[in-house]
Write a protein that binds this ligand. Structure first.
Ligand code: SAH
Length: 261
C-alpha cells in the first residue's frame, strides 16, 4: 500500500478488530485502520461510518451495516451485533468492527470488547479520531486553547437508559469545565440547557452545533445557551451533531479553515 519502514500486525483468522473510522473524512483513517480494511473478510460497520470509508474494504470482503444512527439504538440490537461478531470469528473470519470516531468514546466499543473477552475471542483495538476533537477541528473549533480553557469535558447527552444521563453531578460539571462538548445532545437539549443554566452557566455563553462534521454535509450553527433550543428547531438541525459550549466557539470566526470538498 505504502512503502513503510515497519510491518503491520497480522490480522489473524478468527479474531476481531474494533476500529475507529474517525469523524468522516476518509483521510483521517489511521494506517492500521486502512490495513484492517484491506485484510478483513467481514466488515461490520456503524451506520455513521462514511460510505467512502466502507468502500476501502478489500474486494471480496463482505460488508454489513449494523448499529447506531445518531445515538438511536436499542439494547437488543447491540446484543445482535456482539453475537454476530462472535459467530463470525468462531467461523474463522477476520472480522473488522468499524465504528464512527473512536471505538471507546461513547460508542459501545467497551461492551463489544467485553463480550469478545468473555467469549475468548482474540481482539485488537485501533483507536480513531473522535468526533468531539477532530470533527470540531474541521469546524474551526479547538477543544482547548491557552487563552480560553485549561480543561474540557466530553459528555453524552443520552444515558444508557435513553434518558438524560444522571450518573454525574451536573452542577459540578457546569462549574468545573469551561468547555463542554456534548455527543448525542439534541434529544434532551432543553433539559440539558436548563440544568446548565440552573448551575450558573451564563445564558449568553456561546454554543456551536456541528452536524455531520468532517463530511461534505458539514453544517455549523453558532448561537448562545439561551437561544440553543430555538436555533436547533428553526434551523432543523438533526443528528449526528455535536454541541460545544464555551469561549472556544469564539475562535471559529478566525479559524474556520475547512471547505467541504
Ligand atoms: N465513537 C464516536 C461517538 C459515537 S456516539 C466518536 O468517538 O466520535 C454518536 C454521536 O457522536 C453522534 O450522535 C454525534 O453526537 C457524534 N458524532 C459522531 N460523528 C459525528 C460527526 N461526523 N459530526 C457530528 N457529530 C458526530
Amino acid at each position: 500500500m505504502f512503502d513503510l519502514p515497519f510491518d503491520f500486525p497480522p490480522f489473524e483468522a478468527g479474531s476481531v478488530w474494533l476500529v475507529g473510522a474517525g469523524p468522516g473524512d476518509p483521510g483521517l483513517l489511521s494506517l492500521l485502520a486502512l490495513h484492517a480494511l484491506r485484510n478483513a473478510d467481514h466488515v461490520i460497520h456503524d451506520a455513521l461510518v462514511d460510505s467512502r470509508i466502507v468502500a476501502l474494504a478489500r474486494p471480496g470482503a463482505v460488508t454489513e451495516a449494523m448499529g447506531k444512527r445518531g445515538g438511536q439504538q436499542s439494547s437488543s440490537r447491540q446484543a445482535d451485533i456482539t453475537e454476530r461478531l462472535i459467530e463470525l470469528a468462531k467461523q474463522g473470519s477476520r472480522v473488522l468492527r468499524l465504528k464512527g470516531g473512536d471505538p471507546f468514546v461513547f460508542g459501545r466499543g467497551p461492551e463489544e470488547a467485553l463480550a469478545l473477552a468473555a467469549a475468548h475471542i482474540p481482539f485488537r483495538v485501533v483507536p480513531g479520531i473522535t468526533a468531539g476533537i477532530g470533527g470540531l477541528a474541521y469546524a474551526g473549533i479547538p477543544v482547548t486553547s491557552r487563552d480560553t480553557n485549561a480543561a474540557v469535558a466530553f459528555v453524552t447527552g443520552h444515558g444508557a437508559d435513553g434518558d438524560i444521563p444522571d450518573g454525574f453531578d451536573w452542577d459540578a460539571l457546569a462549574r468545573g469545565a469551561p468547555v463542554l462538548v456534548f455527543y448525542m445532545g439534541l434529544k434532551h437539549l432543553e433539559r440539558m440547557v436548563a440544568r446548565l443554566l440552573a448551575a450558573g452557566r451564563k445564558p449568553a455563553e456561546p454554543v456551536a452545533v456541528v452536524c455531520d462534521a468532517a463530511t461534505p454535509r458539514q453544517k455549523v450553527v453558532e448561537t448562545t445557551l439561551a437561544d440553543l433550543a430555538a436555533t436547533v428547531a428553526v434551523a432543523g438541525l438533526v443528528p449526528p451533531a455535536l454541541l460545544v459550549v464555551g469561549e472556544v466557539v469564539g475562535l471559529r470566526s478566525r479559524l474556520d479553515w475547512w471547505r467541504p470538498e
